[in-house]
Design a protein around this ligand. Structure first.
Ligand code: PBG
Ligand code: ZN
Length: 328
C-alpha cells in the first residue's frame, strides 16, 4: 500500500498559534456585548437568582455601581428589566414616569453617561397575570397592548433611555412605538426589536428572576413556534419595514440557523439573546466540573458571531469582558 500525494494539507495553517491567529475568520470583542440586569423595587440588598448562579436581582441603589462596573470593563450596553412593587391587570407600572425601570435608567445614565442604556419594553413583569399585554378573557389583545407600548416607550424615553427593546411579539409593535416616539419628539431614539422570539423552554430561569411567569397558559399565541423558519424571515422583514433599527433573535443556541438566515436576508445590525436557560445549563455543568466554563462560554460567543450576530445579550458578559482582557 502507498499513500496518495497530498497537495492540499489544511493542517499547514494550524501548526502555530501565530498562523492560526492570521487565518482566524471570526473575532469576539467586548464591543459585541450587552449585559442584562434585574432591578427590583421591593428589595434593599441584592438577592441571588437561584437558577442563575452569578446573577442577582439588585435594588435601585446598586444600579449606578453596576453601570460603572459594566462601563469600566468596556462593555458598551446594558439592558434593564424591572420588578415593580405593584402589578395590575394592564401593567400600568410600565408607563409610570417614577417606575422602577425609569428610575434605573436615570441612575445608570447618571453613573455612566457613555453607557448605552437599553430598556426591555414589555408588560409581563408589570401585569398581575404575567402575560405580555392586556387580556380579554384568556387572549392578549394586540392593539390595546400597542397603545400601552406607546406610553411605555415614551416614558422610558423621557427618563433618558438610549434605546428601547420591545419584546412582547405584538403585531405592529415597531410601527406603533416608532410613531409614538417620533410624535413625542424622540425621532432620534433607536428601537432594537425582539423581532424573532420563540415560545421557548429556555426562558424558565428568567421568569424566576423577573417574576414574570404567566399564571395560566403559555405565550404560544404571541411568541413564535420553534418549528418555523419562514415565519422568522417574515417577522424580521416586517420589523425592517416598520422602522426597526436593530433586530434580535431569541433564544440563540437552538436557533443558529435562524441567526444566519436573518443576517443574510437583512441589512440591520443583528443581536442575539443568549438566554437564561442557556446560561443556567452552562453554569450547572461547570459547577459539576463536567465542562470548562471559560472555554465553553468563549466558544459559544464565537459561535454566535460566526452565525452572524453583531451583538450578544448575555449574562456571561462581565466574565467574557474579563477573559478578553486576559487574552490580549
Ligand atoms: C419579556 C422577556 C423575556 C425574556 C426577555 N424579555 C421572558 C419571556 O418572554 O417570557 C427572556 C430572557 C431570558 O430568558 O434570559 N417578554
Ligand atoms: Zn413580556
Amino acid at each position: 500500500m502507498s499513500l496518495p500525494d497530498l497537495l492540499i494539507r489544511p493542517r499547514r495553517l494550524r501548526r502555530s498559534a501565530t498562523v492560526r491567529r492570521m487565518v482566524r475568520e471570526t473575532t469576539l470583542s467586548v464591543d459585541d456585548l450587552i449585559y442584562p440586569i434585574f432591578v427590583d423595587e421591593t428589595i434593599d440588598a441584592e438577592v441571588p437568582v437561584a437558577s442563575m448562579p452569578g446573577v442577582s436581582r439588585i435594588p435601585l441603589s446598586q444600579v449606578g455601581a453596576v453601570a460603572q462596573e459594566v462601563a469600566a470593563l468596556g462593555i458598551p450596553g446594558l439592558i434593564l428589566f424591572g420588578i415593580p412593587a405593584e402589578k395590575d391587570a394592564v401593567g400600568s407600572g410600565g408607563w409610570d414616569d417614577k417606575g422602577i425601570v425609569q428610575e434605573a435608567i436615570r441612575a445608570a445614565k447618571a453613573a455612566a453617561p457613555s453607557l448605552c442604556v437599553i430598556a426591555d419594553t414589555c408588560f409581563c413583569e408589570y401585569t398581575d397575570h404575567g402575560h405580555c399585554g392586556v387580556l380579554h378573557g384568556e387572549e392578549v389583545d394586540n392593539d390595546e397592548t400597542l397603545l400601552n407600548l406607546q406610553k411605555e416607550a415614551l416614558s422610558y424615553a423621557r427618563a433618558g433611555v438610549d434605546m428601547v427593546a420591545p419584546s412582547g411579539m405584538m403585531d405592529g409593535m415597531i410601527a406603533a412605538i416608532r410613531d409614538a416616539l417620533d410624535e413625542g419628539g424622540f425621532a432620534d431614539l433607536p428601537i432594537m426589536s425582539y423581532a424573532v422570539k420563540y415560545a421557548s423552554g429556555y426562558f424558565g430561569p428568567f421568569r424566576d428572576a423577573a417574576d414574570s411567569a404567566p399564571n395560566f397558559g403559555d405565550r404560544a399565541s404571541y411568541q413564535m413556534d420553534p418549528a418555523n423558519r419562514r415565519e422568522a424571515l417574515k417577522e424580521a422583514w416586517l420589523d425592517v419595514e416598520e422602522g426597526a433599527d436593530m433586530l434580535m433573535v431569541k433564544p440563540a443556541l437552538a436557533y443558529m440557523d435562524i441567526i444566519r438566515e436573518i443576517k443574510d436576508a437583512t441589512q440591520l445590525p443583528l443581536a442575539v439573546y443568549n438566554v437564561s436557560g442557556e446560561y443556567a445549563m452552562v453554569k450547572a455543568a461547570a459547577e459539576k466540573g463536567w465542562i470548562d466554563e471559560r472555554r465553553v462560554v468563549m466558544e459559544t460567543m464565537l459561535g454566535f458571531k460566526r452565525a452572524g450576530a453583531d451583538l450578544i445579550l448575555t449574562y456571561h458578559a462581565l466574565d467574557v469582558a474579563r477573559w478578553l482582557q486576559e487574552i490580549d
